[in-house]
Ligand binder design. Structure first.
Ligand SMILES: [Zn+2]
Length: 341
């Protein structure tokens, strides 16, 4: 190899390195370093070729090669700085005032909200919550609660029977029997849950709905305790200004039985579509526990007495929302749920 041909190679390497540097991007930095500046790079290979030159040629070629190396290295370094700067520049251009992505917020279903409020009020009055199975037997749902064998609720048209003895519970009152069987009084519980009725679906009835039942059994529990509890609840739930009235009623598992009405809070008792112009709303049923119920679960009716009450959550919820179709609660139309949230 002559000095002249080495010089040609040096020039070739110089021009290709400079072209590569002009088009360099951050991803190509390592590639460039390997190709020209590493130990086995093109420039190092040219230094290898010095060995075969004569002493005089070697001096001159060495000088050219050193110049090449310095030039490529310094241009590469300044290109690196440039690339770093431009990535910082991009960061500076980020617009911090851009509005963020809004994530949509969910809310509790109106039925859940009503249930939670009712539970909270009774929990504060010392009632704990108990839950029972939704698939129940005849004893806990009917017999133990003093339903006579020919009671209409035992009809296929009113109850979903799985077989003669097993059914979908028609009320959460069945949990009361389970609590009385297993726990020794005093018992002070509420029983929230889902119940099922074999009814035609309409604006006023659905095949399933939710109830909160309550029971208090102790020594010397009186009708006055029942009234006090219900009035306390009604005032906390519907507001202090409501008026109420108590009417006699009938349930197989309570004697005497009563129903409680409150003044219509939607029309301030003037009469509206929801209260059917009466100015009053039915909100719950209650009564003193029937002596037969104690007998059926093996408690002494002379030792214990107590009261029970129950209310339908859907009815209370639609009253508060001022809507008049129970089906709206089950359609889960997001547009309606958003309004009710
Ligand atoms: Zn009204």
């Amino acid at each position: 190899m002559s000095l002249q041909s080495l010089q040609i190679e040096i020039e070739k390497t110089r021009s290709s390195a400079i072209t590569d540097l002009q088009n360099i991007t951050s991803e190509k930095i390592d590639f460039f370093k390997n190709k020209y500046l590493s130990r086995k790079g093109e420039i190092a290979l040219l230094f290898e070729k010095l060995k075969i030159l004569s002493v005089n040629d070697k001096k001159l070629a060495g000088k050219f090669l050193n110049e090449l190396k310095t030039e490529v290295t310094s241009q590469f370094d300044s290109k690196l700085l440039e690339l770093n700067d431009s990535s910082k520049q991009e960061e500076k251009l980020f617009d911090y005032s851009l509005p963020g992505r809004i994530s949509s917020k969910g809310s509790l279903h109106p039925i859940t909200q009503t249930m939670m409020e009712i539970k909270n009020i009774f929990n504060r009055m010392g009632f704990s919550s108990e839950y029972g199975p939704e698939i129940e037997d005849d004893f806990h749902n009917f017999s133990a609660l003093n339903f006579p064998p020919d009671h209409p609720a035992r009809d296929l048209q009113d109850t979903f029977f799985i077989n003669q003895n097993i059914l979908l519970r028609t009320h959460t009152t069945s949990v009361q029997i389970r609590a009385m069987e297993t726990g020794k009084p005093p018992i002070r519980i509420i029983m929230p849950g889902r119940v099922f009725r074999n009814e035609a679906i309409s604006a006023r009835s659905y095949c399933l709905f939710h109830q909160v039942d309550g029971v208090y059994i102790d020594k010397k529990v009186s009708m006055a305790d029942l009234k006090g509890t219900l009035i306390n609840f009604a005032k906390q739930f519907y507001g202090n200004s409501i008026k109420f009235k108590i009417r006699p009623s009938y349930f197989p598992f309570t004697e005497p039985s009563l129903e409680m009405d409150i003044s219509c809070f939607l029309c301030k008792s003037k009469g509206c579509r929801i209260c059917k112009q009466s100015g009053w709303l039915e909100i719950l049923g209650a009564g003193m526990i029937h002596p037969n119920v104690y007998k059926n679960v093996g408690l002494n009716k002379n030792e214990w007495n107590g009261f029970a009450f129950g209310m339908g959550i859907e009815r209370i919820t639609i009253l508060r929302m001022g809507i008049d179709d129970i089906r709206m609660l089950y359609e889960n139309d997001i547009r309606m749920l958003k309004q009710l949230a």
